[in-house]
Structure formats: C-alpha cells, structure tokens
Design a binder for this molecule. Structure first.
Ligand SMILES: O=P(O)(O)OC[C@H]1O[C@H](O)[C@H](O)[C@@H](O)[C@@H]1O
Length: 546
C-alpha cells in the first residue's frame, strides 16, 4: 500500500493548497459568476453548496483524481458487499443492509443477512403496534405511557438525536426519556417523572457489558421492583436491544423481548437497527421506516452518482482538503434548525470515534492531520457565544451550515429571521470586511479620526473562512435519514482517503480499563493501586471528603 503523500494527486493538491492559501474567496467569486453553479449540487430534498470553500477548478480536479488513485470505488463495493473492511475486528460494515430496499441479498460469511434484517424490522413493527395501541400492558394491566431508553454512545446518540429532530411529528401517544449518563442525577430525574406501572424500559447495549448502561439498568430494575415486588413483572417492563443473548438472559430479560443486531453494525452506525426502537415506539413504525427510506436514497446516490456530483464523496474531500492540506484542525457543525440541535453531538461520535486516529491501514503513523475536531451547536445560539472566534480568531474553522426551507412549525416571521442569519453568516465568513470598507463605515458614522485609527484593526474581518451550506426541504423523517447517511458515507470516504480504519475504536478502551480498576479503589476497602502523584492526590482528596 502506497503512502498517500506519494500519490501524484496528493502532491498536486499540496501545490494547489500553497496557491489557494494566497487567494481570497471573495476574489474567486468576483472572478467567476458561475461559481455557485460549478460548486453546488442538488438531490431530491437537499441543496448542497460548497462554493464558499477555498477551492478552485484545478484543486477540485486533483481531489477527484485522489478519489481514483485511492481506488475508493473498490472500497465502496467492498463495504456494500459485506467484505470485512473492519479488519482489526474482522467484521463487515453493513449498516447499509439495515435500510436496503433493493430486494437483493447481502452476503456475510456465505449467508444472506437480509432475511434476518427483515425479521427484526417486522418484530420492531409488531412490538411498536402492540405498545402504541395499548395491547401491551404492564404488571397492573395498564398500557404503557413512558418509554425510558437506557444506553450510551451509539446506543443513545442516534435515537435521541432523531427523536429530538422529529418530536414535532409526535402524536403524543407516548413520552420518551433517555438516560445515558451514569451520573445518578439523570436517572433519578427521569424516574421521578414516570410511574412503574406504565413505564417500559428499553435497555440498549450492543455488548450488554457497558458499565454505565448496566449500572443504570440495574438501578432501574431495583426502582421498578420496589413497586412491582415480583421479578416476574420484569418481562412486561424491560426489553433489550443487544447482540449478547447470554447477558440479556442473565439480566432477566426473556429472549422474546430481546431485539437483536449484528456484529457488522457499528455502534455509531446503529440507528437503523433495533437501536432505533425508541424512535419507532415514540413516533410510530412508519416514521422509523421513512428514516430508513431517506438513508436508502442516499445509499443509492452514493453508489451511483458520478464522483464530481457525489455529495458524501465531496464532503469527505473537502474535509481532507481543509484539514490535511490547508491545515484547519477543527470543523464546526452549525444547524440553523432547532430540530437538529443534537446533530453536533451525534457527529462528534460519528466522525471523531471513526477517524480520530493516527495510524494508517498498515500500522505506520500517518504524516498528515486526519479528522478535524468536530464541535458546534445551533447556529443562532453559537452566534451569541463563539462566532467571534469564527470571524476573527486566528485559527480558521471551516463550518457546515444546515437549514431547511420549511420550518416544522410556522411562527410569524421567525423562519425568515432565522434564515437571514444563516445567509448573512456564511456571507460574512466568506467575504469579511476590509480596511477600506471599515474606514467608509466609520466615516459615515462621523467617528473622529483618532478613534477611527484606534478601531481599524479591531474591526477588520479577514474573511476567507470556508463554509458549506446544506438546505433541506424540511426536517422530516426522510430528511433525517438522508442527512445522517450523507455524513456516514462521508466518514467512510474520509477513512479511505486518509488510510484510516474507520470502524474500530481501540482508543476508548484504555480509559475504560483504568476506570474499572479505580472503581474498585473507591468502592472496596483495602484496594489500593499506585498511580502518578496527581491521580493519587485526586483520589485521596475525593475519598477524604465524600
Ligand atoms: O452499545 P454498547 O455496547 O453499550 O456500547 C456503547 C458505546 O460504548 C463504547 O465505549 C464505544 O465507544 C461506542 O462506540 C459505543 O457506541
């Protein structure tokens, strides 16, 4: 396998980056009135505009060549066909099979996985209908009113993000609450609001060994038994989503109440599996199914669209371009839609757990920066918090701006005001304000010359801050499916472009192991491990004062 920096497209891109660093986006727009048409594309339900990225046709053509040189097409085929591209864990990567509507089979180890996928979808559908219709009843024969979804990381962020995105579409049949933090405050807060007789707990954990989830699940059972008194009642109130039947059995959940998933579904790509059960319960199976349909549309786009029009590939290329070539080490996710307020948190796991790595496929340390730091919040709130940094800080942070044409709820002129901010911010980040303009503005305001000289440097905005704008028709179930699938495929492409194995997460293991050793020190007498003096000091401080 050749080093990426030896590829001719990589070297050409280094040259393009050196040239473009001297360029102003504002001038690129001034020089070419077709720029928006050249660097934007549309697919059903979505406009994708990357014309405010610091690229030109030359750089874009080298990026397209990079896709060919790394043989992305072959990797894409391997993923969709169930080859074990997660080679460090010896697993296929098949979240696409969970939303496959083509009718064709998907083989893993000589077996078609599609019948099992369909069986599980049917199970989710039937269970959803039973619970939502009131046919499923608790130990006192009452219907379910509250879903308490316990899980963390990939077993929480996807369903919670989608629930938040689509809660405007609820028919108010059920409430849903998410518990992910082992901080007992979160669980206690939820348990305070719900009634054991009408609560259904969904314990989601692919492994069913995650300490935080098991601690929360055990405390929930204890709380439940305080009222129900009989362990036989558990099966009416606790279901699980997991690959680990042994552990779910040991926990006391009947096999028929376990929804399965497979080792070829990575946690952070599992929203489409039974991990999405809370979405289905809360909003109905139709909505869940529409999320899958939206994602399938993107799978088809990703498989079939030419590279220069292929949105996830372009997203990945721009990320690699900004990070590895232009040297921008962070990226902001800025939804101008309240419904998408959890998207930054969701993508933090998606992008950083997948590609936040520094060794190539063959184990050597890569010579470039890989994935940027992903962060953000709803754009409007960000404007009043950290946009100062985005506009005038001395680190440039490229940003994805995401909005929708039609709001989920029309309230007077709110949406026009919201979108004015979206357009204004991307324009301001691109164009900035130069000295001449600042002088003109201050002169018009009649500011004294001495004050003008003092203010000039402070008021100049360099601009040249790259942004991508995505405009959805509206945030409905299909749009959520499309948006998430776009980012998923972006993450996959980024991994291939950077030679990063995107589907393992060894980096989260070290802290987990240490935490369990320290837990013994905190909970058992006479257990003491030697740490560095800081860790020893912190533990001693806590133990003395707790
Ligand atoms: O679903 P679980 O097995 O409980 O795992 C939950 C999460 O915890 C782990 O630490 C991983 O970092 C995540 O990728 C995973 O989604």
């Amino acid at each position: 396998m050749s080093c990426r920096s030896n590829l001719s497209s990589w070297q050409a891109l280094e040259q393009s980056a050196a040239n473009l660093k001297q360029q102003k986006l504002k001038s690129l727009f001034a020089q070419d009135d077709q720029r928006f048409d050249k660097f934007s594309c549309q697919i059903p339900g979505l406009l994708f505009d990357y014309s405010k990225q610091l690229i030109d046709e030359d750089a874009f053509s080298h990026l397209i060549s990079l896709v060919e040189e790394v043989n992305l097409d072959a990797w894409r085929k391997k993923m969709f066909c169930g080859e074990k591209i997660n080679f460090t864990e010896d697993r296929a990567v098949l979240h696409t099979a969970l939303r496959n509507r083509s009718g064709s089979s998907v083989m893993v180890d000589g077996e078609d996985v599609m019948p099992a996928v369909q069986t599980e979808l049917d199970k989710i559908k039937h269970f959803t209908e039973k619970v939502r219709s009131g046919e499923w009843t608790g130990y006192t024969s009452k219907a379910v009113k509250d879903i308490v979804a316990i899980g963390v990381g990939g077993s929480n962020l996807g369903p919670q993000m989608a629930t938040e995105a689509l809660k405007a579409h609820t028919d108010d049949k059920l409430n849903v609450h998410y518990v992910s933090n082992v901080d007992g405050v979160q669980l206690a807060d939820v348990l305070n609001k719900v009634d054991p007789e009408t609560s259904l707990f969904v314990i989601s954990s692919k492994t069913f060994t995650t300490s935080e989830t098991m601690t929360n699940a055990n405390s929930a059972v204890k709380w439940f038994l305080n009222s129900a008194k009989s362990e036989a009642a558990i099966e009416k109130h606790f279901v699980a989503v997991s690959t680990n039947l042994q552990k779910t059995r040991a926990f006391g959940i009947a096999d028929e109440n376990v929804f399965t998933m497979w080792d070829w579904v990575g946690g952070r790509f599992s929203l489409w599996s039974a991990i999405g059960l809370p979405i289905s319960l809360y909003l109905g199976f139709e909505v869940f199914s529409d999320i899958l349909a939206g994602a399938y549309e993107i799978d088809e786009h990703f498989k079939n669209a030419p590279t220069s029009q292929n949105i996830p590939i372009i997203m990945a290329l721009l990320s690699v371009w900004n990070t590895s070539f232009l040297g921008y080490k962070a990226q902001a996710i800025l939804p101008y839609d309240q419904a998408l307020h959890m998207l930054p948190a969701y993508l933090q796991q998606g992008e950083m757990e997948s590609n936040g790595k520094s060794v190539a496929f063959d184990g050597r340390t890569v010579e470039y920066t890989t994935v940027p730091l992903i962060w953000g919040m709803t754009g409007i709130n960000g404007q009043h918090a950290f946009y100062q940094y985005l506009h005038q800080g001395n680190n440039i942070v490229p940003a994805d701006f995401i909005a929708s044409v039609k709001p989920q709820k029309v309230v007077d002129k709110h949406h026009d005001i919201l979108l004015s901010n979206f357009f204004a911010q991307t324009e301001a980040m691109m164009a900035g304000v130069d000295e001449q303009q600042v002088r003109k503005d201050l002169a018009e305001k009649g500011i004294a010359q001495e004050k003008v000289e003092q203010l000039i440097a402070h008021k100049i905005h360099q601009g040249n801050r790259p942004t991508t704008s995505m405009i959805l028709d509206t945030v409905d179930a299909k749009a959520v499916g499309r948006l998430i699938a776009l980012y998923e495929h972006k993450i996959f492409c980024q991994g291939i472009l950077l030679e990063i194995c995107s589907f393992d997460q060894w980096g989260v293991e070290l802290g987990k192991g240490l935490a369990s050793a320290i837990e013994a020190e905190l909970t058992q007498d006479n257990v003491h491990h030697e740490h560095d003096s800081s860790t020893n000091g912190l533990i001693a401080y806590y133990k003395q004062r707790r």
